[in-house]
Design a protein around this ligand. Sequence first.
Ligand SMILES: Nc1ncnc2c1ncn2[C@@H]1O[C@H](COP(=O)(O)OP(=O)(O)OP(=O)(O)O)[C@@H](O)[C@H]1O
Ligand SMILES: [Mg+2]
Length: 252
Amino acid sequence: MRERDYILSKQNDSDGPETIYIQNKNSIITFDNAVQIKTSHSFRKPSQIYKVGDKIIKRYKDGEDDYVRFQKEVFDILKKSNLPAFMKLRDVYTEDVQLFVDDDFKEMITAYSYDYIETINKKMIDLPMEYTLSSMCELKKLVEFLNNNNVLIGDSSAANCLVTEDNLVVIDPDYFEINDKCEEENLKEINHYISDLWCEEYGLNSMDDIRLISKQFYDKNIDLYLYKMNMRLTEETPREFITKTLQKNRRI
Ligand SMILES: Nc1ncnc2c1ncn2[C@@H]1O[C@H](COP(=O)(O)OP(=O)(O)OP(=O)(O)O)[C@@H](O)[C@H]1O
Ligand SMILES: [Mg+2]
């Protein structure tokens, strides 16, 4: 079972809805009927993820103030994105935290919410190649938005890119950061979402396998893909190249 499926099925055997509390400035906000879908023990940003109605709330664990967290200024930019390839951010909750390094206070995110994303239980390889290509078109719009706003993608991986009926949707921007030299890097990152999803579904699990495919994606055709995305989909699409590469590396 893939991580994503596990998390979603875990939702059904959870202990049931609970009330959660979120720090916002100097008050506490309460949400009833929150169903926990995940606890992350990640060292840098331990968090809990809840489904509350049609929203997801990601809450950082208490007492982790010195850890790196999703930056408020990055949240504010991303909230304006309004693109199919990116999660729809809603509310943000913050507190002023005194930083250990320089004693200054900084507004830090304690939690944020976004629209629940309906995923489909299909693998990339089972979807038509047009799905990959149209997803890339949408991802390209995301890259343009991020580049215009100097936001660099961080933590691109299959787990942070959900497969929906219409296209891939990027989630988990916790490691996105302001960086004025992100243009080339962001292109690689969106290709990484795609190549990682393809690798995952081909059961490629050694780093060498993944590198092999990434290399093909990065070195050979990155510009070509993006160029073709501006064009109508024809026989010239990289379908053959992608299929061949993946078949060659398939483990049965
Ligand atoms: N809106 C959503 N709709 C459906 N599933 C979601 C949604 N948001 C999160 N998930 C599920 O929760 C998982 C974890 O979310 P996220 O990537 O934000 O947490 P995380 O901090 O990366 O946790 P970890 O580092 O432990 O993976 C996702 O991979 C996805 O399967
Ligand atoms: Mg994640």
